[in-house]
Design a protein around this ligand. Sequence first.
Ligand code: V47
Ligand code: SF4
Length: 359
Amino acid sequence: MGHTIEDIGQHVRGGGRLTAEDARLLWEKAPLWMLGELASERKRRVSGDKVYYNRNFHIEPTNVCLFECRFCSYRRAAGEEGAWDYSMEEIMRMVEARRESGATEVHIVGGVHPTHDLYYYAEMIRRIKQTLPEVCIKAFTAVELRYMIQRAGLTIEEGLRLLKEAGMEAIPGGGAEIFAPEIRTKICPQKGTAEEWLAMHDAAHRMGIGTNATMLYGHIERIEHRIDHILRLREQQDKTGGFDAFIPLKFRAAHNAMSEVGETSIIDDLRTLAMSRLLLDNVPHIKAYWVMYGKQTAELALSFGADDIDGTIDDSTKIYSMAGADDRRPTMSIEEIERMCAAAGMRAVERDTHYNEIG
Ligand code: V47
Ligand code: SF4
């Protein structure tokens, strides 16, 4: 309809929904300050001056993985140098060590493991929940889940029910990558289709399991692929409403088969955050995952529509340090989180996994 950037800005300010065409124009042509302003207005309507964080830690039981996603710096074949595969006892020792930590969430992701099956992971969840009953278990990407559930010969619903009964309360956003098949088949050919990823989240939402969604950007995809990805998530959210947060994940280029692609700019990171906020008018939280961006960009992100920065992490994840992220030992204290949010003119608010405020 021959819209100008200003027309689209007005439409967004009035609470209107963006089409793919308008989003493309805004993404490619709007000045950075304008995207920041529009996204901040939207963010303020949802979360005011709050920035959410939680006290969390990760468990990465193994980096042994049958798949070979080209962007992944983390996976190893079984027995390869640098592979790890903790025993149940080792994992339980890690969990025991967190008893006094005040953590409210444990995020568990590993790889698509050749032998650990659905029942093994259900037992792991059950034992973790017994040891830390106050802690919410957010576990396994849709890709890991699909593999373990299929191998057990169960339907998605049956598999999810088994894990839910064991104590799994939420599902992280990983494995989404880029939905468009022409990119997906190039960067992660074994991972299954967009429809399969969405079906897992659809089923989880219908069972009352909250989930997150991610998008891996800044590699060989183009803006139209990002828009397509985000709009598919918006469509899913219209149906089931179960996505708590969207997390754009910046491709980090060290030590993987796509290193030669390099990394995108911080300006692109900020534009992507802002456009995510504007397109996803039905997903309440946009997370700036500080471990992946680094702390300085995470602070900037708070002026581009993000209202969540993930959590304290406490040096418990290797996925990003292995791919070249700045922090070798990722940890943020609550004081540091509060300082970061205050410096951006906002207020840090502790939340649980389901975004209930704590304290
Ligand atoms: O799906 C792998 C990504 C994801 C690289 O739900 C990479 O709260 C960048 O999903 N460069 C797993 N990204 C992590 C994930 C996540 C992280 C934080 C919070 C939440 C949440 C979920 O990590 C994978 C993949 O997209 N990834 N390698 C890389 N080289
Ligand atoms: Fe395996 Fe996940 Fe890495 Fe892909 S991204 S190779 S599924 S660990």
